[in-house]
Each structure stands twice: as structure tokens, then as C-alpha cells.
Write a protein of this length. Sequence first.
Length: 443
Amino acid sequence: MVKQKNKPWDEKWEIVRSIGGGGQGDTFLVKPKDSATLSQSFVLKILKNQKAPERRRRMYREVAALRTLDSPGIPRLIESNFEQFDCLDVPLYMVGEFIEGKTLSQFLDSAQPVEIADAVNLVLKLLKTVQYCHNAGIVHRDIKPDNIIIRNDDLSEPVVIDFGISFNESDADKTILTPAGQQLGNRFLALPELQVNSSMQRDPRADITQCCGILFFTIAGSHPVTLLDHEGRMPHQRPESQRALSKHPNDLLAKVKGIFDRAFATHIDYRWQSIPELQQALIACLDTNQNIHNAEQYIAQIQNKVSTSSDYAQRQSFKELAKQLNRELYNMSRTVAGELGKGFGTVHTKVYLKSRDFDRIDIDWTQLSFSENHGITNGFLPDSFFPKFRGYATGNELVLLAEVNGEKVELLRTPLHGEPDLTAFNERLRLFYIEGAKKLIGV
């Protein structure tokens, strides 16, 4: 019994051999004890420093991300006891798909120099996986050669591992999982947006920049380390990098350097802003020696056209703010109804069963506005306090109004590109609901 408590993985898994480990955990090749075949193996990861809360949070984040993802470029999660991350006496572990192959670092140590075309194809595949993660609300934040496995030593089949410092949008409210003042990223490429106390640690563009760092590493053979060195030179402008890059054909090299010029800009707004945009630029590199007209290129061109339109950033910001505010409206109506006590409840224009339902907000893109209804009701009264909330963009701000019986009240005015003051907003919203309930019952 003691053995099972100390090693909960022993119940189902038999360790075949150690396959190494890093600062986060030890890894082992395992096979299921109840399996009739020995042909399939899996990898067991056992957390190091089991008593360290931050290490346990990192494993929680990793498993929370992997359990929602299903992509050839990401190892499948088989099982884990990550739900017990806050029970310090329970050893944490996870079992996942075993990916046969070397890390990208190991692969380049043992391979011949990589041609630019092969490196570009590697990064195109990598970007496809990263885009899948972003669509699922997950930002990796630690893309580096040691976190990429080359499946079966095929450079065109990269697999992304280690989601230990990823940001998962579905866990955004669990502040215990994303402690403030924590430095993120890695020594492969330090980014200002991932530094301590940065307000942009959840920005997906950091992943895009790190993928460009992978391209640089693959063809130059060295880590980019920093966006600018002590003499203000980007990674591809440093003498040792220029010597390595000069071995590649000039026609291809000119286009790749153009990608690096933008990729390694200090300010994130001057770098590559979207994955489709970068994909199209990479495909254009290959067009130097071959005429590529295929579905992947057309998709990248279409997505790039949308993502680089003049009002794209404004529309994206408006959409994210609209979803955030709609969630606050819904949550505050439920909070106030609970405070008012027995007989009170809420009424909404939609049914919200899970967090992603808030993404279904209806936006009028021609007017750049949205409207939702969230109210307070009482089971013993014929009427409800059911205000209509309308948000609209004006200039570089979003304004949120509440309308009841033809009377409009401004509840919030906040910049489109920034974080709203939710504390002040919720205080005002709470009072607004309470006053509405007061009128509802005739006090």
C-alpha cells in the first residue's frame, strides 16, 4: 500500500528504461502492465521537486494544455493525476505518447548542414502546430530546439513538447496557476514581452518570434539569444552568424534575411503579427527556385489578406473586449442575484453552459458594436429587471451603455488596445443591478 501511495504510476505502468530528464522532471519509457502486446511504448514523466508549488503548477499547466489538444505535431496525453497538484503529499506524474526521434538540437549535432528550403519547410510545419494551439486558446511561450522532437528523424515532422509555462485561456481565472512577477521564456531567445512584470506575457506573437528563432537556429547553427546584442546587432547581423549564413545561396539568403529583419525587431508591434502572414513570406522564399501554387499557399494568402487589413487589429481588440465584458455582465448578474437571496435569479438572452459560450457573442461588424441582455428576476414578481447592454467602438475607445425603459447609462469607456479597469467597472455594474432590483420590487 505504501508503494502505491508513493508511486501512483506503478499501478498501471511498467518502467522499461530511463530516457533522461531535465530541470522539470525525469522521463522513462514505459509500457502498460495490462497490455497483451509489447509493441507500443509510452513516456512517463515524474515531476522533480515534488514539494515545490511552482513546479507543480507548471505540470498542471502542461497537462491542462495537452488534454485539450489533438494534433500530429503534439504528443497525445494518455493519463495524469494533475488534478491533485495542490496536494503536496501526492507525487505528480503524466503519461503521454512516446515520440521516436531526436530533439532538434540533437538532430543538428548529428546531421549535415540544413538547407534553407528544408529549414523553411520545418518551420512551416511548426507554425501549423502553433496556429492550432493559438486557435485553442493556448500560447506555448517556450519554443526552443530542446522542446522540438524530430519524429523518426524526419525534419519535416517536428513535434512540440513541454507546455509547462504555457498560457491556457480556459484557465485564465485561476490566478494561482499564473503567479505575477514570473519571468517566462528561455535562454534560447530572450523576449522583452516575457520578462518579469510585463503586461504582454500572454501575447501569442511571442510564439511567432520564437518560431523565427528556430528558423535562424536551423540554418545558422547557433542560438539567437537576444534580439539585439551590445552593439545593436540582430542575430543574423553578427559576424559569426554571417559566416555561417554565407554558405547558403545568395538568392535564398536575401529573402530569409528580410524575414529576420522583421522577426527580431525589439518592439513586438514591428515584428510578424500573424502566422498566415509569416507563412506566406516563407513560401515566397521557396518561390525563388520553384513555382509553388498549391492549396496551402492560397490559404496563407487569403488569411494574410484578412489579418493585415487596416482595421484588423481594431476588430480583434473589439472582439476580445466584447467577450470579456459580456462575461463580466453575466457573472455580476449572478453575483447580485445570489446576494439578494431567496427568490432572486437571473435572465439572459442566451444559455451559457461553459466558458467558450461567451465566444458566441453577436457582433455587428459594419457598426463595430454588440448587444446582450443580462438581468435580475424574482420568482414572485411578474416583471424582471432586464437591461439591454450595448457596446460600440468610437475612435480608439469602446463604450458600454445600459438601456432600461429608453434611458441610457454609460457604464464603461475604455481604450480598445489596453486592459479595462474591471475593478471600477464591476463596482459600478454591481450598484447598477442593485438599483434595478430595488426598482423592481418597488422600494
